[in-house]
Design a protein around this ligand. Sequence first.
Ligand code: CMC
Length: 432
Amino acid sequence: MANEAKKTATLSIEGAAEPIELPIYGGSEGPDVIDVGKLTSQGYFTYDPGFVSTASCESEITYIDGDQGILLHRGYPIDQLAEQSNHLELCYLLLNGHLPNKAENDQFVHTIKNHTMVHEQLRHFFQGFRRDAHPMAIMCGVTGALSAFYHDSLDIDNPEHRTITAHRLIAKMPTLAAMSYKHSLGQPFMYPRNDLSYAENFLHMMFATPCEDYVVSPTLARAMDRIFLLHADHEQNASTSTVRLAGSTGANPFACVAAGIAALWGPSHGGANEAVLTMLNEIGSVDNIDTYIKKAKDPNDPFRIMGFGHRVYKNYDPRAKVMQQTCHEVLGELGVEDDPILKMAQRLEQIALEDEYFVSKRLYPNVDFYSGIILKAIGIPVEMFTGIFATGRTPGWIAHWNEMVSHPYKIGRPRQLYKGSTQRDYVAIESR
Ligand code: CMC
């Protein structure tokens, strides 16, 4: 992907003999980027903690306009995909760049269904985890362990190997997530069922037992599918960047995705859906909301309203809009629209959207604000929320990894602004 400069930026540095010319490239959408790669030869690094203004790569997969609240996958708006498509079709789109025709779709669905089982030996790994292990701890471990099972397809320079690995990861992640949950309950693992859709099968593996089948409600299956779809990709977020960084060393894709799962776990990222529910439980009642809003606004208090704010969206997260609608569908179907947690969430959202602090900082509800409530209504325990995010995000991670390794790439190696001690001589222990 060679770039041609559409203009240049001139950087004048005090005391330097010559200004430095930096090429500026344009994307198909979004801001232009200044190529600073050559600065190092002039004796400078750029400084951008948190990568606030830094594009780390070129990508054709997902575009976000955070000011307008736009999210496009391969050019298609997320609301159209949520309304008219489904998770597996989106997986195909992310991986291949185009919407599948009927034959391609049928083949893809068939392939994914045929990879849903995990190796019987992998089941033994679960026994090594404490019963109360967090499902994300288990998922990090067993996803990384998949690399030990597929030596036949670990050549990252072979496109066929990359494809089969992508299919395996998308197919097996719901199985691993459901097994992590069953382990915590002490219930037998449920084998996947290939007569069910992706979302139905996940709900079956979560809630059926060998003694009793689980009849999947179409509304809940649709909601589950939407949750997977809405989490499928979000360009260079922390976990996807982690997958790319790990992948840039040539590490195998199962290990890279395991690294992505670890990065997703934190409450500032995928752990936020779990944190929303924990926060709502802590608030306890609509009467306490004002106290918590005050805490969130107090610069000396670390408390934040979980599910609010986003590094990129400075407008309503378009995924949160779809999530809100799905939330009402699910609660309507289950007849729990009077759920006190939902009532609190709605009140909190209303207050925060009108409050000067949140308005001026452009803090809007994000995808996690509603997804937690839907998952709770479906009967998914809070500790599983981030595992479901990981399952949904897997196609995004693997699509980005594949995009990177399909083209020439460099190992990711950021630099630093060093503030430590200058060179000094070692002092023998008796003289310190
Ligand atoms: N509640 C109260 N104040 C907030 C919040 C919040 N949820 N989020 C940001 N702020 C304030 C923050 O204190 C700061 O104020 P000031 O400028 O006075 O210091 C200002 O808004 C900017 O915040 P920031 O931390 O510099 O912004 P960031 O872009 O680094 O962080 C964020 C983005 C998502 C980590 C942050 O908004 C946050 O912690 N939100 C709560 C956690 C959450 O919901 N995370 C899920 C993100 S969406 C899912 C995903 O993509 O993984």
